[in-house]
Design a protein around this ligand. Sequence first.
Ligand SMILES: [Zn+2]
Length: 54
Amino acid sequence: MSQYLYHCQDCEKDFTQQHHISDIEKAEATCPHCGSKRVHQLVAAFSAVTSKKS
Ligand SMILES: [Zn+2]
């Protein structure tokens, strides 16, 4: 489960939504404040990092 930060272009608020990694490509973020889908992703803050060990 990863948390993604979005910005709503309608109400100008930021919010986070959690998606499974496998769902992120088909996931549609919806603003919890106004219900708009005119949102864009700011950053992806991974809570579960797959660490690369060299
Ligand atoms: Zn909104």
